[in-house]
Design a protein around this ligand. Structure first.
Ligand code: PHE
Length: 358
């Protein structure tokens, strides 16, 4: 007759002594595997008399249950210890200097976005974001585009396949203006946000790529007028190009979502194939802007008699080209490491108002 208490003591000692998962599994197989001791005892019950079985059954089953539980507990313990050891071995020393030859660089577009955000942050703007894939409502309808507006047509907009259930066609957003709508519908004024992001249009030549970047701005408050818009944007452009004063003009324009609408130009000189700002007789278009159209306010649940606002949108890649002398737009998105090494910025000098913007 097996000495069950002794067997249990031995088994528990072996489980406790198993110091890795393989050793623990060997113990499990030797006790509970097909030919294990405990399995043998369980099988032996078949040959017992009913009285013997009534007495031994609970003892043997109890042993099996306690052994199973002890093995599971030890397994968790070993797994936890293995994870601890792995985490300890994988710590990295963040104070080590980066390896110079392997460092990446910040793309001029992202650098310029950071510069613009730093300037706007100083003026009290928060950053907002929206999805690249938009619906017709946010990209067009809420922004007061008439149903037959040409910008909705196939040649400008990338449409996705219709939804098999609703027939709805999502679009790749053609501008960052849908973030105006999302912000007005989810926040209560006063609102002051900028929304940087990717935008998409079916257009490709030396000055257009199907994917490009914009930064949108929106201010909603009481008593906002065109003077606020002009001061904000001239301050922005002066700060961005690091000049004391900008010679800018606001030229009447049309956007469905603003009224009045304007494009802002900066005085420039293009003679000799070189662009110089603030002198000369030429004008360089930098952004679109205007007072938020009352229909847009209403579409977003705001009462135009109570709230007014202005909005603007500008092409970030174009601003990067202007500021950093990038001659051609297309290589900006070809991910050529030589181009990136030449035009990229170090990640250790993120623009901020304290240390300077460029
Ligand atoms: N969304 C316009 C564009 O893509 C720019 C704009 C934004 C104009 C906000 C006015 C106000 O051209």
């Amino acid at each position: 007759m097996t000495d069950l208490p002794q067997l249990e003591l031995d088994l528990m000692a072996a489980i406790g002594g198993a110091d890795d998962l393989a050793a623990l599994d060997a113990v499990r197989v030797s006790a509970l595997g097909k030919t294990g001791v405990v399995s043998g005892l369980l099988k032996g019950m078949g040959a017992m008399s009913p009285d013997e079985r009534r007495e031994q059954g609970p003892v043997i089953n109890g042993l099996r249950d306690r052994a199973t539980a002890a093995i599971a507990a030890r397994k968790t313990e070993l797994e936890d210890a293995a994870l601890e050891a792995k985490l300890a071995a994988e710590t990295i020393d963040l104070s080590l200097p980066a390896r110079p030859r392997r460092k990446g660089s910040v793309h001029p577009t992202l650098q310029v976005m950071d510069e613009l955000i730093a300037i706007f942050a100083e003026m009290g703007f928060a950053v907002a974001e929206g999805p690249d894939i938009e619906d017709d409502f946010h990209n067009f309808t809420a922004l007061n585009f008439p149903p037959k507006h040409p910008a909705r047509e196939m040649h400008d907009t990338f449409f996705l396949k219709p939804d098999p259930e609703t027939g709805e066609r999502k679009v790749l957003r053609t501008h960052t203006s849908p973030v105006q709508v999302r912000t007005m519908m989810s926040q209560t004024p006063p609102i002051r946000i900028v929304a940087p992001g990717r935008t998409f249009r079916k257009d490709s030549d030396a000055t257009h790529t199907p994917m490009f970047h914009q930064i949108e701005g929106l201010v909603i408050d009481k008593g906002i007028h065109m003077g606020h818009l002009k001061t904000t944007l001239t301050t922005l452009v002066a700060r961005f190009f690091e000049v004391d004063d900008v010679q800018a003009r606001f030229r009447p324009h049309h956007f469905p979502f603003t009224e009045p609408s304007a494009e802002m130009d900066i005085r420039c000189d293009r003679s000799g194939g070189k662009l110089t700002l603030n002198t000369g007789e030429d004008w360089l278009e930098v952004l679109g802007c205007g007072m938020v159209h009352p229909n847009v306010l209403r579409n977003c649940g705001l009462d135009p008699d109570e709230w007014q606002g202005f909005a603007f949108g500008m092409g970030v890649d174009r601003l990067a080209m202007l500021k950093y002398g990038v001659p051609d737009l297309r290589p900006m998105f070809e991910t050529d490491v030589r181009w990136l090494a030449h035009y990229g910025f170090t990640a250790f000098q993120a623009p901020n108002p304290a240390s300077g913007l460029s």
